[in-house]
Design a protein around this ligand. Structure first.
Ligand code: ADP
Ligand code: MG
Length: 459
């Protein structure tokens, strides 16, 4: 029918505008390396902040003792403790708990948020059992994973630059997040010191390195997205501090804020951005990460519905922002049943659209595929950009060193089609001679352990 043609034409148009042929991905990777150079050259020199993390020694395996970590970065936060046994012992025991953050606290005051966190931390510490031993007379040490852009002033201090991912707490901006956490910990009467402040990418890099010495970078694909990697100190013109003895410095790229004229942006992305909490910012994040993929799909479906895709009327639920979450999009995308049963029930349960035909369901799956494929291929291009910056995209004479990228985050972990597409695209971009030298490794919750490890080496 005419309605069917008009609404599927929207899909066709989206597909064309979302295309990511290899040539385009190469341009994007090149733009990424250019921005990396600019961000390293001077503060504010690029959309990429390329933040100096003050981490110049990654875990060696010699770390020993009891350490805590706290991971705040999305909808949940985690508290964990780990008993490290040094060279021979490794990780002797670990425990964690996960608490979801009440949405009201994500847009409230700084004190409310940090008090909530410190309360949960205190509860967890109170349950410390015999497997965990603080040496007599010593304080407990905590590594704080804080996955928002921070201008660090040392390994254990730094001011929040801005919120991302749906957080918006004005009075915390420009403040030292460690000072705020420390005060909240003191209000709980807890004897604990925050000895490392790390981004989740840096934590993942540290956790990954503890497991595998070839890890050179870490990428998070979760609610948001970001990357960190090990840079030569010599290649950081904006670093005026003493040269680190290792000759290296971990850089937190804050790549979610990357943007380039080469990015295949559509009207849906522009509208999503304009209506977001942070218009004009985190453009890369808004097209590749978990917080937004489902919302992009909803926006396209709404446009199609306005052309009559779901019948005479536009389903009311479809007008609700963020109602279609990425885990649901992923479930729709992965439905392999002949009649796409699960797609049908998701459309019914979430959007209250009942009795969908098989053709309609097929189109919805295809829409998810288009949006996920673009995101996955762009994240592969970003990783390729890092490898290029490090000169690890080509073979150096006789070099047999592997380059391992530690990946983590709920999107990477659970969205199989996305993950497969990312991995295949990276292979497609890499020259044959290095494609078996570059390895993507899932670093399962490396960021918490990583923060604990960094707390250990900096306490
Ligand atoms: P965070 O990024 O908030 O620290 P995670 O790394 O656990 O936390 O990522 C959570 C995000 O991962 C969710 O916001 C969601 O976007 C995405 N996600 C979780 N489960 C799935 C799933 N089954 N399919 C696709 N995406 C998922
Ligand atoms: Mg996280």
């Amino acid at each position: 029918s005419r309605k069917w043609r008009k609404s599927t034409a929207i899909l066709k148009d989206l597909e064309e505008k979302s295309a990511t042929p290899v040539g385009k991905l190469n341009q994007i990777a090149d733009a990424m390396t250019v921005e990396m150079h600019a961000g390293l050259a001077s503060e504010g020199g690029s959309k990429l902040k390329m933040l100096i993390t003050f981490v110049h020694n990654l875990p060696t395996g010699n770390e020993k003792g009891l350490f805590y970590a706290l991971d705040l970065g999305g909808t949940n936060f985690r508290v964990l403790r780990v008993q490290l046994g040094g060279k021979e012992g490794g990780i002797i025991s670990q425990e964690f708990t996960e608490v979801s953050i009440p949405p009201s606290l994500m847009v409230g005051t700084s004190k409310e948020l940090f008090d909530f966190i410190a309360t949960e931390l205190a509860k967890f510490v109170a349950q410390e059992g015999e497997d965990f031993q603080v040496p007599v007379g010593e304080k407990r040490h905590l590594g704080f994973t804080f996955s928002f852009p921070v201008m660090q002033t040392s390994i254990a201090s730094g001011n929040l630059i801005k919120w991302t991912k749906g957080f918006s707490i004005d009075d915390a901006v420009d403040q030292d997040v460690v000072a705020q956490l420390t005060k909240a910990i003191e209000r709980q009467g807890l004897d604990m010191s925050v000895t490392a402040l790390v981004n989740d990418t840096v934590g993942t890099l540290a956790g990954g390195r503890y497991e595998n010495k070839d890890v050179i970078a870490a990428v998070i694909l979760g609610t948001g997205t970001n990357a960190a990697y090990v840079e030569r100190a010599q290649a950081i013109p904006k670093w005026h501090g003493p040269p680190p003895s290792s000759g290296e410095m971990v850089i937190n790229m804050e790549w979610g804020n990357f943007r380039s004229t080469h990015l295949p942006l559509t009207e849906y992305d522009n509208e999503l951005d304009v209506e977001s909490l942070n218009p004009g910012e985190q453009i890369f994040e808004k097209i590749i990460s978990g917080m937004y993929l489902g919302e992009i799909v909803r926006r396209v479906l709404l446009k199609m519905a306005e052309e009559g895709f779901f019948g005479e009327t536009v389903p009311e639920k479809l007008k609700e922002k963020f109602i279609l979450r990425t885990p649901d999009m992923s479930a729709i995308h992965h439905d392999s049943s002949a009649d796409l049963n699960l797609v049908g029930s998701k459309l019914k349960d979430i959007l209250e659209i009942s009795d969908t035909s098989l053709d309609v369901r097929r189109v919805v799956v295809e829409l998810c595929n288009i949006v996920a494929t673009r995101g996955a291929r762009l994240s592969a291009a970003g990783i390729f950009g890092i490898l290029k910056k490090l000169g690890k995209d080509t073979i150096n004479d006789g070099e047999s060193q592997k380059s391992v990228i530690a990946l983590d985050g709920g999107l990477y972990e659970h969205y199989t089609e996305y993950r497969k597409c990312l991995e295949n695209t990276l292979k497609e971009l890499l020259h044959e001679s290095v494609s078996d030298k570059v390895i993507i490794e899932h670093s399962n919750d490396g960021s918490g352990i990583g923060a604990a490890l960094l707390a250990a080496s900096h306490s």
